[in-house]
Design a protein around this ligand. Structure first.
Ligand code: GDG
Length: 488
């Protein structure tokens, strides 16, 4: 599948069905700048992959209007036609004040649900006022969505953990609408989930959906167990479905992926020999092995564990000092939350100490960039790397691993991958590590750097073939296909 085939298919299939897509982040953000109003498109793979689909079927996208010029550019109902230069569908913005953003987004979504689902209970904060804002924001979204229902069939496709109670709110207002929700992070085992005080409301809210999607079968099983144990819902384990309050919800796995072709193409365009020579020269990497890590700065990504393993690698294998440089790109994220700031400080301190201990006048062991790097630049780092390290301690899927693979156009890179990321099930040709076992982790870095050329190619070819044929458009197709089976 690619953007064009899927768009063609859906133009026909959705001719009598309206699709309303719901996400926290919007696909187009209007920002005031000194030079006037500018439009940003978030770099996220999902928004850019869904955009052509929404254009083809002329749907409605409902999201939080977060840009400083968003109100100015929208009508009284928050609607604006997008893409701005070639309008094809409607973006409906929901307005949130600072208190709501703090409670709903920074509070409940990212300090309660995020750590809970990543099984890091010591980081979870369950505050009643955060829950109140979360609930109210979900209601605001419901108020924005209902007027968009058209006569005929309506499908609402909700993205992520920001909207657990929204399905129930929509269902109470319309029995006929088809509702699906895709959950982008892990779903924890019942023993963990039961800790959250609002567990019942959350499960009940989600079971108003016709379809619930998770990355992995295991997350589906965890969800079904919670529904059975906490709600007493009737679970059909063979059919992956739950019967609750007179309706059936199917709970299915859809492993997400990336726009492989775009990544491959972006790499071919932006990583000419001249580009790569220039970047290596600029960073003083000539004649050295290079490793790369790219992450949103989040405690689930195992950045500290990675840095510890690299330190041990230099201790155990001193011959690699001055011969190997690791480049860590860590995009600041959720910086209003103290936990995230502390993590940033810890990472920076640890890298500083390592650079002081091992570095020389001519060589920095770990180069650290704490900023958003545009994708066309990111692929250059992926290309100059002999190894990429993804060492999350828990991760729903992890798209960086798949992006690294798509950018290995010469099939030379080695992927070192944590056994705790969802993507590991599909990428068995990676070198698999346990990020907590730093001895073996350090040894695996050495193995990656010393892997014979033939083996590198054999492994990378297999993974590239897999990601190419299991891309983001296949994922969209599988989701919408399953949703359409459920349309009322
Ligand atoms: C959640 C789940 C699941 C990173 N740095 C830069 C940059 N990035 C982009 C990457 C990649 C994305 O951010 C990160 O995606 P991940 O999948 O690794 O992680 P989360 O953000 O935590 O996403 C995850 C995902 O949802 C999808 O369902 O896979 O498990 O946690 O696309 O390229 N992009 C740019 N500059 C950077 O510096 N442009």
């Amino acid at each position: 599948m690619n953007a064009e085939t899927i768009s063609q298919l859906y133009r026909e299939r959705f001719s009598e069905t309206s699709l309303i897509l719901v996400s926290n982040r919007e696909p187009y953000i209007h920002r005031k700048t000194r030079q006037g109003i500018k439009v940003d498109t978030p770099a996220g793979g999902l928004t850019s992959a869904l955009d052509p689909v929404m254009r083809a079927i002329s749907g409605t996208w409902v999201a939080w209007g977060s840009g400083s010029a968003d109100r100015e550019m929208s009508d009284a109902e928050g609607r604006v036609r997008v893409p701005p230069d070639d309008p094809a569908y409607t973006l409906k913005r929901v307005w949130l004040d600072q208190k709501e953003v703090d409670g709903f987004y920074y509070g409940y979504a990212n300090q309660a649900l995020w750590p809970l689902c990543h099984m890091l209970l010591e980081k979870a904060r369950f505050r009643a006022r955060h829950w109140r804002h979360y609930f109210e924001v979900n209601r605001k979204f419901a108020d924005a969505i209902v007027p968009e229902f058209k006569t005929g069939k309506n499908i609402v496709w909700i993205q992520d953990y920001h909207f657990t109670v929204l399905p129930y709110m929509l269902r109470t207002r319309s029995k006929d609408v088809t509702i699906a929700l895709f959950w982008h992070i892990p779903w924890p085992p019942w023993e963990i989930f039961r800790v959250i005080p609002q567990g019942i409301e959350i499960l009940r809210g989600m079971l108003a959906c016709d379809l619930l999607g998770f990355h992995l079968h295991r997350y589906c099983q965890n969800f079904l167990e919670c529904a059975e144990k906490d709600l007493g819902a009737k679970v059909d384990w063979d059919k992956n479905s739950v019967f609750y309050e007179g309706r059936t919800t199917r709970v299915l796995p859809f492993p997400i992926s990336i726009d492989y072709d775009s990544f491959d193409e972006l790499t071919r365009k932006n990583t000419t020999d001249a580009n790569l020579i220039a970047i290596k020269k600029k960073l003083n990497l000539d004649g050295r092995y290079v490793g790369v890590g790219v992450d949103r700065l989040d405690y689930s990504k195992g950045i500290l564990e990675r840095v510890r393993a690299i330190k041990l690698f230099f201790e155990k294998y001193p011959a690699y000092r001055e011969k190997f440089t690791f480049i860590q790109i860590a995009v600041p994220s959720r910086t209003k939350i103290q936990e995230y700031n502390e993590l940033k400080e810890n990472i920076e301190r640890m890298i500083g100490d390592i650079n002081k201990e091992f570095g020389t006048g001519d060589w920095t062991p770990i180069m650290y960039y704490s900023r958003n790097v545009p994708h066309k630049e990111l692929v250059r780092y992926y290309r100059i790397a002999d190894i990429a390290i993804v060492s999350s301690i828990v991760d729903g899927m992890n798209l960086v691993a798949k992006e690294f693979i798509a950018s290995q156009i010469d099939e030379n890179g080695v992927l070192i991958l944590s056994e705790f990321v969802g993507a590991v099930a599909e990428l068995s040709q990676a070198l698999i590590i346990n990020p907590f076992d730093i001895e073996s982790f350090a040894d695996m870095i050495k193995r990656g750097l010393e892997m014979p050329q033939k083996e590198k190619k054999r492994r990378m070819q297999k993974m590239r073939a897999y990601v190419q044929t299991h891309n983001i458009f296949d994922w969209i197709y599988d989701n919408l296909d399953a949703v359409q089976e459920n349309t009322h």
